[in-house]
Design a protein. Sequence first.
Length: 445
Amino acid sequence: MRNGRGHDFQASLLQRRDHGDSAPTQAGAGRVARLRGPRRRGAGHGRPGGRGTAARPATAVDCTGHTTRDTTSDPTRNTTSDRLPELDPQALRQALSSAPDRVTGVLARVSGPDGHWTGTYGAADITTGAPVPVAGRFRLGSVTKTFIATVMLQLAAEHRVDLDQPVQHYLPDVLPDSYPPIPVRTLLNFTSGLPELSQDDLPTTPDGIVAHRFDDHPLAELVAKAVRHERPFTEPGCMQAYGATGYYVAAMLVEHLTGHTYQQEITTRILQPLHLRDTTAPQTDTTIPGPHSHGYIAVPRPDGGSQLVDITEQAPGAGGMIATTADLDRFLTALFRGQLLPPTEQAELFDVPDVPYLGSTDHDPGQGRAYYAAGLMRVTLPNGVTVWGEDRHHLRLHQRHVHHPRPAPPPGVLLQPHHRRRQRPRPGHPDPVRGLRPLSVAPHG
């Protein structure tokens, strides 16, 4: 179906039944299989207003779903008041279909212990009108920081790097001699005080991005350009300011310590053990292999209008990892369950420094205080629920997950809470993400 603005919208739902449910059934057209939550008094199996039937949104949406039986359901799962309201597929569909006009396509996935919901909106290709593929791949951009932080913490667990040691101890020729000792830990939690690239360092205009999208910028070049600028604050660890330079240096440190590129270390330490077959960390490949949506940038025309230019193919850059929403779910679930880090480093992953956030306002997630840990952002919602994710505004391709030192569209991966997962954390591991539902959103174009 097409909505009122002429964009295709698709959604699919996979429900795993609780242990007491009957055999799986096929939902018909116009019906949705919902993700199970706590059963409310007086509520049926579906949304209020119809048993198992979701009201259709104002714009025409055709949604089909199916259920599969969950043979591993745990009857002892907690179903008390700490569980959140049931997932609302209609609200998700409406949220996707309300994407700004400048967004040509959106892909979203919400996962929990009872199954997953996926939705798409718009077109993967504005020329052919092909729909956004549900299993489409996209560039991760700033989410790459979470992978780099994980590798760095693994190296710390192996005693190959001391987070308290200054960066200069390992990389003596990277930072200016005038810099004070900058602890490795501050690279990961954005308290290093390293300066960022400016608009004069790399092309930032639409024309410039199109013309130079295949340019290769090694990490050392990016850092060398950044440190020519004034530092935002002089004492490492005294404030927090989100940026990319610290992670450029962290990636260089990974390469120095291991003798391999950081992309190779991410692949052997994370992608292969977790069997993330649709995730890659390219070094030179400018394409996105497999099904994917095209990314576009609006280039001004002489008549005052603009035209969309396809920039799907581009140099991967420092944030050029590629993945699917399903693979991201798997990575984040494994990371949060402590499957990739020992207890000490797991605690480090979620350790938000108690310092001011530079230039913050009362509307920021930390309300004046730091809200980033090691490559993860912490946000407390108005209802008191804390969520974790990575979602900064940096662009190479018009997708929320994309990062490079260029302007950007809205944020990327956010982790929404749900009831506690069946699998317990490993003994000795803190469980800061008790009952998280990964929600991955990737707008295209």
